[in-house]
Design a protein around this ligand. Structure first.
Ligand code: ADP
Length: 342
């Protein structure tokens, strides 16, 4: 399904319940324009901050303000580390987010780990876990401190889950730690290349250093939250920096163990959609279980005369993404027998 429609003009059978904003791969740096590794896509490092300002301005003036914004990771570019500008760049971006009149939920991507350690991020304003929801009498739905993931309820019967796609990763972890050794072992088992960022010759091209995956512990937690949501007839939106569905993404950009995440999600009814960043090109596919996978176009590769963000309008029977600039509109119907009865 790849319908285009305008939530503003579509004749609605029911009213919009609430909305939320989405934005990905800002990758700000105080640098002249450059290119991606392949040299095929221009990157607008300074412009990215102006794109963010523009998005915030639009969200702030929407007649019915979004409940929150989901920032899908890679908020500043890895180049900042090279120029010892990481903290300054982060401060600029976070100061810009301060002008947003609704809460922002930050996801962590590879560029966060090029600039900062996991410990640093945990103590930074990029850790928005304080916005999490705690379900009373359900300790199994409380995430462990060993990964950065949480869930929250922006509107009754709708649960949002932020996943940590770098829970298994060699990025951001101390090289002397057992976790680093374990993750390097996984990576080397799947990638014999000297340059671990290269996917050349790999049967599973997602096993590159700039990706990561989900630990069994995190997947078990996800399963518990989805079980609760199924039982309570909630609708669920999942967010991760890395995509998990091959038909919506470049195969190199997928999470290492994307199949494990899909297996968990597919064993539940409640998941409506899965938002990811990382690819910059954008992508969409609905999987055989009816879950909509959206890879959002990245701000960093968005020309000054365009835009790349969206607002998702939530209805009792569907969600509608209204894209701005190079983000297309999408209609995401709920699984037929599972329309929400309010
Ligand atoms: N095929 C490759 N071979 C070697 N290094 C690569 C390759 N592709 C990407 N890299 C490196 O991996 C890192 C992440 O790549 P990049 O395209 O910048 O990721 P992102 O899309 O997240 O910005 C960069 O340091 C880049 O130089």
């Amino acid at each position: 399904m790849d319908e285009k429609s305008n939530p503003g003009t579509l004749s609605e059978s029911s009213e919009c319940l609430f909305s939320f904003g989405v934005i990905a791969d800002i990758q700000y740096a105080d640098l002249d324009d450059g290119y991606n590794f392949q040299g095929s896509r221009r990157r607008y490092y300074r412009q990215s901050l102006l794109h963010l300002q523009d998005a915030i301005e639009e969200w702030n003036k929407e007649s019915s303000r979004p409940c929150c914004v989901l920032q899908l990771g890679d908020v500043i570019d890895g180049y900042n580390a090279q120029y010892k500008a990481s903290e300054k760049a982060l401060e600029l971006v976070l100061n810009t987010f301060e002008t947003l009149k609704v809460p922002v939920h930050h996801t962590w991507g590879n560029h966060e780990f090029y600039n900062f350690s996991r410990d640093y991020l945990t103590c930074s304003k990029l850790n928005t876990k304080s916005l999490e929801d705690r379900i009373v009498h359900h300790p199994e739905t409380v995430p462990s401190e060993s990964y950065y993931a949480y869930h929250f309820v922006p509107f009754p019967k709708f649960r949002f889950i932020l996943l940590d796609a770098y829970d298994l990763s060699v990025l951001g972890v101390d090289e002397s730690s057992p976790k680093y050794q374990q993750c390097m072992k996984i990576l080397r088992e799947h990638n014999p290349n000297t340059e671990l960022n290269s996917s050349q010759g790999l049967s599973e091209p997602q096993f590159v250093q700039f990706n990561g995956g989900f630990s069994q512990e995190q997947l078990t937690w996800l399963n518990e939250v989805l079980t609760f949501s199924d039982t309570n007839q909630e609708k669920v939106v999942i967010v991760s920096h890395l995509p998990i569905y091959p038909e919506a993404s470049d195969s190199v950009c997928l999470a290492w163990n994307y199949r494990d995440a899909l297996t968990v999600i597919w064993s539940h009814q409640c998941v409506v959609c899965f938002f990811a960043g990382h690819t910059h090109d954008g992508g969409y596919a609905q999987d055989p279980f009816g879950v909509h996978h959206i890879n959002l176009e990245g701000i960093i590769e968005t020309a000054p005369n365009s835009q790349a963000f969206g607002t998702v309008y939530v209805y009792p029977d569907k969600m509608m993404l209204k894209g701005r600039g190079r983000v297309p509109d999408r209609v995401m119907n709920y699984k037929k027998e599972k329309a929400l009865h309010l």
